[in-house]
Design a protein around this ligand. Structure first.
Ligand code: PMP
Length: 406
C-alpha cells in the first residue's frame, strides 16, 4: 500500500515553510528532495565508515569499497540489468553521455556520419553531439514531436540512413513529460544495425524501467533526481559497446599497469571509472534506489498518474493557461504559459511567494522550445511526495498570477 502521509514524513524538508507558507515543492524535474534514510546514510558514511575505495587493505577501506561496489548491484536490480559489470558509476547523466560521445562515438564517426536525435532532448543529450559536429563534421538529424508532444517511433527509425551511427533519445521529456517508446525505437534501429542511447534521467524516477527489455545500448541515469545525492549517477553500456569503447578519463583505478612507456587498462567497468569517485554520493544513491524499490515503482507510477490526471484536469479547466504537451501517457510534468503573455519568471516569482517552487525558463531544451514556439515556460514537475492538495495550491497561486498579469 502506498501511504502518502508516511512518504511525506520520510522527507524532512517538506515540513519547512518558504516565504511564510508551507513548501509545495514542484521542481522535482530539476532535482528531487532527499528522504531521511539517504541523509542518515550520508552521515553514517562520513562519520563511521569513510575511506577511499579500491585501494587500501585496511578495515575502513574494505568497508567503504564493499558499500560503494554494492550499489552497482542495486542499480542493476533497479533498472533490470542482468549483468552489473555493464554499469559504469559516474556523477550523473551529463558525464555519462559525454563519456559515450568521447569514448565510443568520437573514434568511430567521420565527417558526414549522422546521429539521430529527437527535438525533445535535454542539452546534455545535444551539446556532446554538437562537439562531434564542430570537431569532426558529424551531421545531427532531428526528429520532431507533434503538437501534443508525442514522438512517432517510426519517424525516428525512418530518419536512420546508411550513414547513421547512433540514435540518441530521451525516455521522458523533461519539459513535456512525454514518454517515448524507446523499445520500439531500439528494435527498429537495431534492425538497421544502429545502436541506441537512451537518456533515462526523467524516466527512471517516475516509472519502472527494464533496460534489458528495452534492449538499448546505453541507458543513463542521474542520482539527484532519484531522491539521491547530487554528483551520483550511472550509465548502462551493453557489453559489445563496452568492448568498442576507448577509455574516457585517465588516472588511478582505470589502469592495470603504468610504466614509463606504456599503460594497460583495467577491465570494464573500472576501465571507465578514473580517479576517486563520489564515494558517499554513490552510497547515498544506493540507499535512495532501495527506498524507491521499497515503496514499489508500480506504486510510485500509479500515485503519479493520479496526480497527473488531477493536475491535467485542473489546468486544462483554466482557459487562460496553455499546457505545452498533452500526450495521453505523459509523466506528471507540466510546462505552462499564460495566454495573457506573463513572463515565466514573473509567474514563478509570484508562485514562490505562495511557497510553490517551480522552474522557469527554457529547461535546457532550447531546440524544443523553438519547435513549440515558446520563449520560456513555468514547469511544475511532480514527485513521489506530492499531493492533490498541492495541485490546488498551485492552481490558486496561478489564479493570483492571472489576476495580476492577465
Ligand atoms: N537529461 C534530462 C532529460 C534531464 O532532465 C537532465 C537534468 N535536468 C539531464 C539530462 C542532465 O542531468 P545532470 O545534470 O544530472 O547530469
Amino acid at each position: 500500500m502506498f501511504d502518502i502521509d508516511a512518504v511525506r514524513a520520510d522527507f524532512p524538508i517538506l515540513s519547512r515553510e518558504v516565504n511564510g507558507k508551507p513548501l509545495v515543492y514542484l521542481d522535482n524535474g530539476a532535482s528531487a528532495q532527499k528522504p531521511q534514510v539517504v541523509i542518515d546514510a550520508i552521515t553514517q558514511a562520513y562519520s563511521q565508515e569513510y575511506s577511499n575505495v579500491h585501494r587500501g587493505l585496511h578495515y575502513l577501506s574494505n568497508l567503504a569499497t564493499d558499500k560503494y561496489e554494492s550499489v552497482r548491484g542495486t542499480i542493476a536490480k533497479f533498472l533490470h540489468i542482468a549483468d552489473e559489470d555493464q554499469i559504469i558509476l559516474n556523477s550523473g547523466t551529463t558525464e555519462g553521455i559525454n563519456m559515450v560521445a568521447y569514448s565510443w562515438a568520437m573514434p568511430r564517426m567521420q565527417a558526414g556520419d549522422e546521429i539521430v536525435l529527437s527535438i525533445m532532448e535535454h542539452h546534455a543529450n545535444i551539446v556532446p553531439w554538437h562537439f562531434l559536429r564542430e570537431r569532426q563534421g558529424v551531421v545531427i538529424k532531428w526528429v520532431d514531436c507533434d503538437a501534443n508532444g508525442d514522438l512517432d517511433p517510426q519517424a525516428v527509425i525512418d530518419a536512420i540512413g546508411p550513414k547513421t551511427k547512433l540514435v540518441a533519445v530521451t525516455h521522458v521529456s523533461n519539459v513535456l513529460g512525454t514518454v517515448v517508446d524507446v523499445k520500439a525505437i531500439t528494435e527498429g534501429a537495431h534492425a538497421k544495425g544502429v545502436p541506441v542511447l537512451v537518456d533515462g534521467s526523467q524516466a527512471a524516477v517516475h516509472m519502472p524501467v527494464d533496460v534489458d527489455d528495452i534492449g538499448c545500448d546505453f541507458y543513463a541515469i542521474t542520482g539527484h533526481k532519484l531522491y539521491g545525492p547530487s554528483g551520483s549517477g550511472a550509465i548502462f553500456v551493453r557489453k559489445e559497446r563496452l568492448a568498442e569503447m576507448r577509455p574516457f578519463m585517465g588516472g588511478g583505478d582505470m589502469i592495470r599497469e603504468v610504466t614509463r612507456d606504456e599503460v594497460t587498462w583495467n577491465d570494464p567497468p573500472m576501465k571507465f571509472e578514473a580517479g576517486t569517485p563520489g564515494i558517499v554520493q554513490t552510497i547515498g544513491l544506493g540507499v535512495a534506489l532501495d527506498y524507491m524499490m521499497g515503496l514499489g515503482m508500480e506504486n510510485i507510477a500509479a500515485h503519479e498518474r493520479t496526480l497527473r490526471d488531477y493536475a491535467r484536469d485542473r489546468l486544462n479547466g483554466l482557459n487562460w493557461v496553455n499546457v505545452q504537451g498533452q500526450s495521453a501517457t505523459k509523466a506528471a510534468i507540466f510546462s505552462l504559459t499564460l495566454t495573457g503573455g506573463a513572463h515565466a519568471h514573473d509567474i514563478s516569482t509570484v508562485l514562490d511567494k505562495k511557497g510553490v517552487a517551480v522552474r522557469a525558463g527554457t529547461h535546457c531544451a532550447m531546440p524544443l522550445m523553438e519547435h513549440m514556439g515558446v520563449g520560456a515556460t513555468c514547469r511544475a514537475s511532480f514527485g513521489v511526495y506530492n499531493t492533490k492538495a498541492e495541485v490546488d495550491v498551485l492552481i490558486d497561486a496561478l489564479e493570483l498570477c492571472h489576476e495580476l498579469f492577465g
